[in-house]
Structure formats: C-alpha cells, structure tokens
Write a protein that binds this ligand. Structure first.
Ligand SMILES: [Zn+2]
Ligand SMILES: [Zn+2]
Length: 607
C-alpha cells in the first residue's frame, strides 16, 4: 500500500520521517541514558528505531507517551542539522561502547564509503549526534509540525533481522505532514481493521488455510470460489471480443526455460525446485516464458500481428513464511496474465485497448476515484536499458499517446522503467482511501531477444516483435483480498455468493416461498431459503449477518396480493436493526417474475 501519490511531496516527507527517527533516538538518550542505539529507517507510514535497552531500564508501551513528550520538548531546539565526514578511527572512538554502531562503521569503511556524523540542534545544550548517511529536514523545528507525529507501538526485532543476533526493542512512530493527515491515517487503519479480509474471509466462509497445506497457500471455499469465478469470467468477457485467445500452460517447466528467460537469476531462492526422475524443474514463477514458446511454435506473418494470449494462471514463489498473510501475501499467485506480441508501430493501439479494459473493469468496482497512473520511462543513464534509442522513444511516446487518448491521469516518472522496457502502472484507491498498485502494462524488448522470436514482414524478412505484458487485476488472490475489504464483505449483487434469501414470515407461507426460491434458481440466481422455525425477527437478523444483498419476504398479505416483498440490504440495514418487523427498507411489493427480471438486469449490468 502506497501512502502518497506525489513523488515530490513524498520525498520531503521522507526527510522529515528520517529526522524524526533521530529525534526519537535523542529522546531515548535523555530518558534511558544506558540504551544502545542501532538503526532507524523510514517506513511507509513513518519511522522506527531499534534500541538495546538494559533489562532493568526498558520502556513498555505505557512509556511511549513520555518519550513522545520528550521528542516534542527537544524539537524546537533543532533548528539545524549539520553533517561532517570523519575517519574510521575517530568514529570508533566516539562509539566505542556501542558494538552495533561499531559493526556499521566497519562495514562502511570496508565498502570505502565516507563515514558521516550528523548533529541536530548544534547550537543548543541538547545537541544530538548520530551516525548517518544524511537526508534530513533542514530546519526541523520549523518544518516538522509537533502534532504531526506520534509513537505507535513497540515490538521485538533481531539485530539485522537475524534470529542468531541479539533481540532489540523497536519503537515505531507514525509521521505525516500535518495532524489532519495523521488523524486521517489512523482512522483509515481503524476502519481497515474492521474490514480485515482475513477476519471477513473466515466469517463469510470465503477462504481458509491449513497447516498441512502450508502457509501462503490459501484454500478457496465454495462461496469464495463464486466471487473468484465471477471476476475471472468478467475479465475474459472484457478480452474475448478484443482479439485475445485463451491458452493454457503447465505449472512446471525445465530449469532451462527459466535460465534462458533470465528468471532463474532474477528470482533466485524464491523459486520452488522440483526434482524429477531424470530432469530438474521449477514451479513456474512467471507465465511469460511459456507464452513465448507458444508464439515461437507458429510461423506468424505480419498479417497475423498482433497475437494476443490470455491465461489466468497460478505461479509460485517461495516468499519468507513470516511475510505471508491472508490472500494478499501468498506463495501461490494467480495472475490474470496476458501477453501480446506486436510491431513497435502497433504498441499505441494495443495499449489503448488494454487501458480501455482497465478503465471498464475498475469503474465496475467503483475504484476510479482518485486513481493515477505512473508512466515509467528511462532515467538519465541510458546505458542501463536494453534496446535502441529509436525503439525506446517510440515505445515511450506510444504509451503516453495511449494514456492521453484515453484521458488517463498519468505522471511521467523518469528512471522507473524496467531495464527491458517502459510501462504504465495503475494505482487505485479503495473505499477507505488506501492506494493499491493493481493493473500494469509493460513493454518488453528483452524476452523476444532471449527467445529469438520473430514473424515474417512484408519484405519476407524476419522481424522481431515487441512483447506487452498486461495484468488487469494483478493477482486474483490479492485482488480478492482487496475487494473483500473495499466492500467490507457487502458485495454487489453480481459478486455475492448468495444473492437473495427467501424468508417466509410464518409456516403457512413456506410453500409459496419454496416456489419463489425454485423460480430464482431456475434463472441462475443464487437464492437461499430460510426454513428454520425461529421467529421472524431472528430470521431477519441471521440473514443480515451474512451480508446478502436482497431478502424476499413472504407473509399472508403478500400471498393475498399474489406478490412478494423485496428488501435490499443497503436500504434496510438500519431498519432491520431497529425493527423486528424489518419492513422499513423495502424496495416494494413485486411479483416473483418482476423480482427475477430486476435481478437479472442488475447482474448483467454488474451494478
Ligand atoms: Zn540521519
Ligand atoms: Zn509476462
């Protein structure tokens, strides 16, 4: 999750956060003089600093307020931060009682990098000096608002993340430009906790995990599979009439494939190895090399170009088990993958089509508000990139033209291109304002070279195609995790595992309720019927917990009128809590056929 969309603003905030890590260290020095300081980097939402406290003088979460107060007290005296390069000997002398800093100093010296000390508040009695590479607010007292940061929590952390090393105490801080932004972030996190997809996934029976299967390998339950299948079908619907063909490729391939593609070197120890009886394989970390082989098997001519393959396929990466969580950090990742092979001159049109698909898809999910796109192009040092200037310029301008033609809100970000080509990365905001990088369109001049791909052009010569990698949802697992939280489990009708619940008011209404339920099922509407002997109020409350979008209520009055009463989750959420009768959020009294027609329309339009 990214926190700021403006690179310039983020760069300044990073300086403040880094300075605040020093301020935390300075406050700890004053309150815990025997604490040994180690390192304090900037993170996504603020900063942290790792300390070795003595066992008898060690803060708990309770003391964070005192440390925070001390930071605020010191801040006004930090009017400058100045740096100076010193020798390794001098550094050793200064930090002689701190083995952690000595280790860092030796490392810097071995790499022949300058050893620099920075002092904040040099004029004041409370001046504070730390070993540091630099990158600070120039005048912290002026630039950092004293209410724009706070210490959030304490955790244990091994020195350098190695379990063989000493266990240190990590103090985390949140920091933003203003108090309003800090408050907004905290509210967002509170809301995020309520919507946590791991919690909702369990409650709504969408997915599970098993210690026997292993961590990071989620198992999708029947209800979750309905959501996943709906998303997958929708994605294919968006591609099927745009010239894409479906392909299928196996989950393993010989090591040679990934050595040739370069992925063996790139993914290194993230690759799962499979030892066959005679040959060595990898579980596939990417689908691209497989698709290259399908292309290579055909003798395409310029008349066949572009060629477009689509395959939602699962790839496997051996992420560290400590980083795995729910659906968003997994070892089995199903990319809604696609590769298209085209001529350089066709990039613009092809990218335009993909952008159109992306816009349509995210409009359906209500995520277009506040989105932005990074147009990642080459940086200053052109030698880092593969391919000629001519091809790069054409590809970069094609991406930009496609973005412009589609009215896309994009920013040109120099230096962010991969070595093999420029790309468009799409950032979307969810319902509570968190930003996610989801869709991507990447030009690739590398794989066609590596696999010696070609087609025959008008002059009967071999011509190299460009490959465009594209993913719309990114990964189906991660996307599902994000939309569970985005909708807080209250999915729109087309995605809901159960679309409607038929609730007879009394036993005398059960027969007709069965008939309505059967009619809905005949029309492929995912209906459930409530047949318990609970009282009506309880039936309604039970239905509400499951976040089903619609209820059909059938009582004596409905039977007399030959109709049913339709209630919507969104209209009746309040009335159901308030009233045992639960009829305040009615859509209205309709015939069963009218209800079916309404549902089918709403499902078709993916409202
Ligand atoms: Zn620093
Ligand atoms: Zn690819």
């Amino acid at each position: 999750m990214a926190t700021s969309q403006d690179p310039a603003k983020l760069a300044l905030l990073t300086l403040k956060r880094h300075t605040l890590a020093h301020l935390l260290a300075a406050a700890v020095s004053e309150l815990y003089p025997d604490a040994k300081h180690t390192i304090g980097p900037v993170i996504d939402n603020g900063f942290y600093y790792d300390f070795e406290f003595s066992p008898e003088n060690k803060p708990t979460e309770k003391e964070l307020k005192d440390i925070e107060k001390k930071m605020r007290k010191l801040l006004p005296s930090w009017k400058t931060v100045t740096g100076a390069e010193i020798t390794a000997e001098k550094a050793h002398e200064i930090f002689k009682t701190n083995p952690y800093k000595l280790e860092l100093i030796d490392e810097i010296a071995t790499k022949k990098k300058p050893i620099t000390l920075y002092t904040a508040g040099g004029e004041s009695k409370t001046a504070f000096t730390d070993l540091c590479r630099g990158g600070h607010a120039e005048n912290p007292a002026k630039e950092i608002a004293s209410d724009s940061f706070k210490l959030s929590h304490i955790a244990g952390a091994y020195w350098r993340g190695d379990a063989n090393n000493a266990m240190l105490t990590r103090i985390y801080g949140l920091a933003f430009d203003t108090k309003a932004e800090l408050d907004a972030y905290e509210n967002m996190m509170k809301e995020a906790e309520k919507r946590d997809h791991k919690k909702l996934g369990k409650e709504l029976k969408l997915f599970t995990s098993s210690a026997l299967v292993g961590s990071g390998l989620p198992l999708i339950q029947p209800k979750g599979m309905i959501i996943r299948k709906e998303i997958e079908d929708y994605l294919w619907e968006l591609h099927s009439n745009r010239g894409y063909d479906r392909v299928w490729t196996p989950h393993i391939a010989k090591e040679d494939l990934y050595i040739m593609s370069g992925h063996a070197a790139k993914f290194g120890d993230e690759l799962f190895r499979v030892q066959g009886k005679e040959e060595k394989f990898f579980l596939k970390p990417m689908n691209c090399p497989h698709h290259m082989q399908i292309f290579a098997d055909n003798q395409f001519s310029y008349r066949d170009m572009p060629v477009r393959y689509f395959e939602p396929a699962t790839v496997y990466r051996d992420e560290k088990s400590g980083q795995l969580a729910g659906l968003t950090r997994v070892r089995s990742i199903t990319q809604d993958d696609g590769h298209l092979f085209c001529r350089v001159t066709q990039i613009e049109q092809e990218v335009s089509t993909i952008v159109e698909v992306i816009k349509k898809f995210y409009t359906t999910f209500g995520m277009m508000e506040g989105y932005w796109v990074s147009l990642s192009v080459r940086g200053e040092d052109k030698s880092k990139y593969l391919g000629t200037d001519e091809v790069w310029n054409l590809a970069e301008s094609s991406l930009e033209k496609a973005a412009k033609a589609n009215g896309i809100n994009y920013k040109r970000v120099p230096g962010e291109a991969t070595f093999y080509g420029p790309k468009l990365d799409f950032m979307f905001k969810d319902a509570i304002g968190r930003e996610w990088q989801l869709a991507t369109i990447q030009c690739d001049f590398n794989l066609p070279e590596r696999f010696d791909l070609h087609f025959i052009n008008e002059k009967s010569e071999k011509e190299r195609p460009v490959v465009i990698h594209r993913a719309i949802s990114g990964s189906l697992e991660r996307f599902m995790g994000i939309i569970i939280e985005h909708y807080s489990g209250s999915f729109p009708l087309w995605l809901s595992p159960v679309q409607v619940k038929v609730i007879p008011v009394a036993d005398t209404n059960v027969d007709i309720a069965q008939k309505v339920h059967a009619l809905l099922r005949e029309n492929n509407i995912r209906s459930e019927i409530e047949l318990s002997h609970d009282n009506f109020g309880k039936k309604i409350r039970n239905a509400k917990v499951t976040k089903i979008p619609y209820f059909i209520i059938i009582g004596d009055k409905d039977m007399e009128a030959g109709k049913v009463t339709l209630e919507s989750r969104d209209l009746s959420a309040k009335s159901i809590v308030d009233s045992e009768k639960g009829v305040n959020g009615q859509v209205g009294q309709l015939s069963a056929e009218e209800v079916v027609k309404k549902f089918l329309e709403e499902i078709k339009d993916r409202k």
